[in-house]
Design a protein around this ligand. Structure first.
Ligand SMILES: Cc1cc2nc3c(=O)[nH]c(=O)nc-3n(C[C@H](O)[C@H](O)[C@H](O)COP(=O)(O)O)c2cc1C
Length: 148
């Protein structure tokens, strides 16, 4: 059984809801998923010991929130090279943050990212059946990489 960390920031709860559904998708696939808020991660050591990582952030002001930027500097010290990676977040019109995070995971951390790219979900879809399915499917895709 693999172990995935789903680590997110959410101001209004939408990205948190996505994180919970993605974790469910991983668990439905028979693997372990731990959910953590980015604000609870105090050192790079807390990121050690997982097979994969899914980082989530909403887009504010066409970028990622400052706390997430700081978190990525911390994650850089945890040597995530070769680990499974994915990113997600809720948005209303531009959805920049998940793409930026995914880009860093792929090109800077050199992680084994999912070929779906980042999961950007329009805010009004988060609480719908389609939104839940999109998150479950993303979690399942992450889990599938554990078997490869
Ligand atoms: C002040 C403010 C700025 C925002 N800027 C953007 C933006 O640049 N691009 C975008 O796609 N969404 C933007 N949004 C929408 C949020 O990304 C959206 O509400 C998202 O669902 C919030 O996620 P959260 O509930 O996880 O905090 C903005 C929202 C607020 C309140």
């Amino acid at each position: 059984m693999g172990k995935i960390l789903v680590c997110y920031f959410s101001r209004m709860g939408n990205t948190q809801q996505m994180a919970e559904y993605i974790a469910e998708g991983i668990r439905i696939s028979g693997h372990e998923a731990e959910l953590t808020k980015i604000s609870d991660i105090k050192s790079g050591k807390e990121l050690l010991g997982y097979d994969g990582y899914v980082f989530g952030a909403p887009t504010y002001h066409r970028t990622m929130p400052g706390i997430v930027e700081t978190f990525l500097f911390l994650a850089q010290k945890s040597n995530l090279h070769g680990k499974i990676g994915g990113a997600f977040g809720s948005y209303t019109h531009s959805g920049d943050a998940p793409k930026m995070i995914f880009d860093t995971m792929e090109h800077v951390f050199k992680m084994d990212v999912v070929n779906l790219g980042a999961l950007n979900l329009l805010e009004h879809l988060v609480g719908t059946r389609d939104g839940m399915k999109a998150c479950h499917d993303y979690g399942k895709t992450i889990a599938q990489k554990l078997k490869q």
